[in-house]
Design a protein around this ligand. Structure first.
Ligand SMILES: [Zn+2]
Length: 279
């Protein structure tokens, strides 16, 4: 059954469009800072124009209930990070621990429908983008939520989306731009400076190799590529680090797709995981 989404209230807190960015992820929030607030109360609060502290989200979710207050084509103000706002679809979850399972079931169905429209977007907790505890009790349940969204709920949503889209063909995924400068690639730590492994600081690509919230270096681009490979069914850990597992997977993937088998993730191997069919 398709989700029924209440769009009767629209937020005044958003920026038109996406500032030229592509939608790349879904960010999960909870309204734990407003414990005791009703679904309707949060919808109203996120929609109302205020002079200061204006904030919003695309969706508000409680068990069996979804409100959309910002269009997916527009930027909601939820993540405390401009680029993350421009590249995210944001979802606010009901913080009631007694109903957390039911909230996740409804959210999983919404995610499945979003992915049917936008491709296989990864899930992030709000705290990935900003120093916050959000999404609180859901922080450690995003893998579970992801699995639910890919499971039965997802199949149901996909058939609904397919029926709704009628004759529209499935969208081809477009690969995000290769994140590294010309001549650089993701490769082993033992390589030259052009070989970005994520294990150590690389002053040539300061926006790609960054410090995680566990205070360790990792590559954002490599992590994105690994996440996409994982979503395609490969056994790979999306940790933003180039190690033996990633090298093995890269070489196998390159063989499968008739790419140059060198173990390096350059522009061609980068793009292929989005543009090449899975089988
Ligand atoms: Zn949040």
């Amino acid at each position: 059954m398709a989700l029924s989404i209440d769009t009767s209230i629209r937020s005044r807190n958003y920026a038109r469009g996406r500032g030229g960015h592509r939608i790349r992820h879904i960010t999960i929030h909870y309204w734990g800072t407003w414990v005791g607030q009703s679904h309707e109360g949060i919808v109203e609060w996120l929609s109302k124009w205020r002079l200061r502290g204006r904030t919003s989200a695309h969706y508000v979710v409680s068990p069996g209930k979804v409100s959309q207050i910002v269009s997916e084509a527009d930027t909601a103000w939820a993540n405390g990070n401009r680029t993350a706002n421009q590249e995210s679809i944001t979802i606010e979850l009901c913080p009631d621990p007694a109903r957390a399972d039911a909230t996740l079931v409804t959210c999983a169905q919404l995610i499945a429908e979003i992915r049917a429209r936008h491709g296989d977007l990864p899930l992030y907790p709000h705290k990935h983008w900003y120093n916050t505890d959000c999404p609180g009790l859901f922080t450690n349940r995003l893998d579970e939520l992801d699995r639910m969204a890919r499971g039965r709920v997802a199949r149901a949503a996909r058939s609904v989306a397919a029926a709704t889209a009628a004759s529209k063909p499935a969208p081809n995924l477009t690969a995000p731009a290769f994140p590294l400068p010309s001549g650089f690639y993701y490769g082993p730590r033992r390589g030259p400076a052009q070989s970005v492994s994520g294990h150590v600081r690389n002053t040539r690509v300061p926006s790609d190799v960054v410090i995680s919230r566990w205070n360790a270096w990792y590559s954002k681009g490599l992590k994105l590529w690994q996440e996409r490979m994982k979503a395609r069914g490969w056994k790979i850990t999306p940790d933003g680090l180039y190690g033996p597992e990633t090298e093995r997977v890269v070489r196998q993937f390159q063989r499968n797709k008739h790419l140059v088998v060198d173990g390096k993730i350059g522009p061609a191997t980068w793009a292929a995981v989005w543009t090449e069919p899975v089988k």
